[in-house]
Design a protein around this ligand. Sequence first.
Ligand SMILES: [Zn+2]
Length: 86
Amino acid sequence: MTTTVYREHCYTARLVTARKRHRCSIRDHYPYPCLSAVQPGEQYVRSVAFPGHDAVGGTRPVVHVVCVNCAVNYIGLDRLAAEAQS
Ligand SMILES: [Zn+2]
């Protein structure tokens, strides 16, 4: 099993295989709204921002499911997407 991880300050994203259906979290996010879902067995990027990251206002980590099609649009996540598509 491949473990591909991207890290930044207070942030981790890793490529994982879905065990159940997930909605892509990017559906509400400008500029790349996404209407797709990740099906069981498909790979997606599990994005976790920890307290201290700009995107986290509270004291709990913020988790996003990012489908491969969306991941290509984000620096860092694009490498994970390339891994998923290889
Ligand atoms: Zn998506």
